[in-house]
Design a protein around this ligand. Structure first.
Ligand SMILES: Cc1cc2nc3c(=O)[nH]c(=O)nc-3n(C[C@H](O)[C@H](O)[C@H](O)COP(=O)(O)OP(=O)(O)OC[C@H]3O[C@@H](n4cnc5c(N)ncnc54)[C@H](O)[C@@H]3O)c2cc1C
Length: 350
């Protein structure tokens, strides 16, 4: 049995979770035949190593279209990482400082679900990387015809930091939201002004022994950026526990990518999905991300060198950790994380 599975906290989690949250098992079970369902399962901690390997093989051998697609994406990301240029040779599209706005051409748009699209922008030169480090975001800008001031909003790209020639954004459309509506109305060939990187939490391999990621909706994008940095680097052995809340099953973004990571790293990555409006067949947690679930699945506050990252809509932030005061001020730690005994130093709000 793996160390992670055998860890005290995992055992602590197992019994109550089985009773209260028939949620997500380790990557020990093959994915559903329905690609829409991905590989979300119920929690199972007691799987033998052989079962882990067998299930991992089953998934990675591409038994479903969803698994195949996710596998290809993982391979693509790993390939990009392996193909890394040495720092001196890398040409960066976004260099920060006084660079100003850079106009990027929209190359491709993919509809992901009822309200989200994935946008691929070409970088100015084909051999350029975006210039982002982990974790960081970019700013986007556009000038509405009927407004005095431009609209500026941050986004966290979901493409690999080593990917050359392009940058991908995953954007959810908000009713009457100026930037998300503008982006969703864009067609290939049009341009968008971007600027960055906007540094967030600087990651370095093994900076923490175990991190917890609590995400709501599009709050998954910075979490995915961290996951890619950790799991694409063989030297980084950080354990990751993700708790991801959404309204309905269709809203779960990057589900196949997360499932693929979980199957590649069953000993170091666990994901728990929570739905406010679950379908009948849903075996995961229901409602909002709550105290009982977090107490059960997160690394304990007294564990050494842990960090809890939170990103989501204001209501969720309020409940879990309190909102940031400003981009540079994390604000007070309140909410469930404070009640559970985490210190402000152990929590980072994106
Ligand atoms: C660091 C950072 C990274 C981000 N990365 C992404 C990303 O990768 N993909 C993405 O789609 N969005 C991301 N966002 C949110 C994004 O910046 C915009 O806030 C969002 O697209 C809405 O902008 P808008 O101009 O369309 O609407 P706004 O006028 O800004 O908002 C419209 C309505 O939606 C609400 N709203 C705004 N943002 C959110 C939210 N995140 N959750 C719930 N309600 C919200 C507002 O309260 C308002 O009622 C990120 C935000 C931050 C701070």
């Amino acid at each position: 049995m793996s160390l992670f599975v055998a860890s005290r906290s995992a055992f602590r989690a197992a019994a109550p979770l089985k009773r209260q949250f028939p949620i997500r098992r380790y990557a020990t079970e093959p994915p559903s035949a329905d690609p829409k369902k991905g590989s979300n399962n119920t929690l199972l901690y007691g799987g033998a190593a052989a079962a882990v390997l067998a299930a991992g093989y089953y998934f990675l051998s591409g038994t479903t279209p969803a698994a195949k697609k996710a596998e290809e994406k993982v391979k693509e990301a790993s390939g990009a990482a392996a193909d890394k240029l040495s720092a001196g040779e890398v040409k960066k599209a976004l260099t920060g400082g006084d660079q100003g706005w850079v106009s990027l051409k929209l190359e491709e748009v993919e509809t992901v679900n009822h309200n989200s699209k994935r946008f691929r922008f070409r970088l100015p030169e084909d051999d350029m990387v975006s210039g982002l480090q982990v974790a960081s975001a970019i700013l986007t800008k556009f000038q509405p015809a009927d407004a005095e001031k431009p609209v500026i909003r941050p986004y966290t790209p979901i493409s690999d930091e080593d990917a050359r020639g392009y940058l991908d954004l995953l954007v959810k459309k908000y009713p009457n939201g100026p930037m998300s509506t503008h982006l969703h109305d864009m067609v290939p060939g049009q341009h968008l002004d971007v600027k960055g990187p906007v540094p967030k939490y600087p990651w370095s391999p093994n900076k923490h022994a175990h991190i917890a990621l609590i995400a709501g909706g599009t709050g998954i994008t910075p979490m995915y950026q961290l996951c890619r940095a950790i799991f694409d680097n063989p030297d980084d052995q950080t354990k990751v526990t993700l708790v991801f809340g959404n309204v309905s099953e269709e809203d779960i973004l990057l589900r196949n990518e997360l499932a693929a990571l979980e199957n590649r790293h069953p000993r170091r990555f666990r994901a728990f999905y929570v739905l406010d409006k679950p379908p009948k067949h849903w075996t995961g947690a229901k409602g909002y991300i709550g105290r009982d679930l977090l107490k059960t699945v997160l690394p304990e506050p007294k564990e050494e060198n842990i960090k809890v990252f939170v990103c989501g809509p204001p209501g969720m932030m309020d409940l879990i950790s309190g909102n940031k005061k400003s981009p540079k001020d994390q604000g007070e730690l309140t909410g469930i994380l404070k009640e559970l005994g985490y210190t402000p130093e152990q929590v980072y709000k994106f």
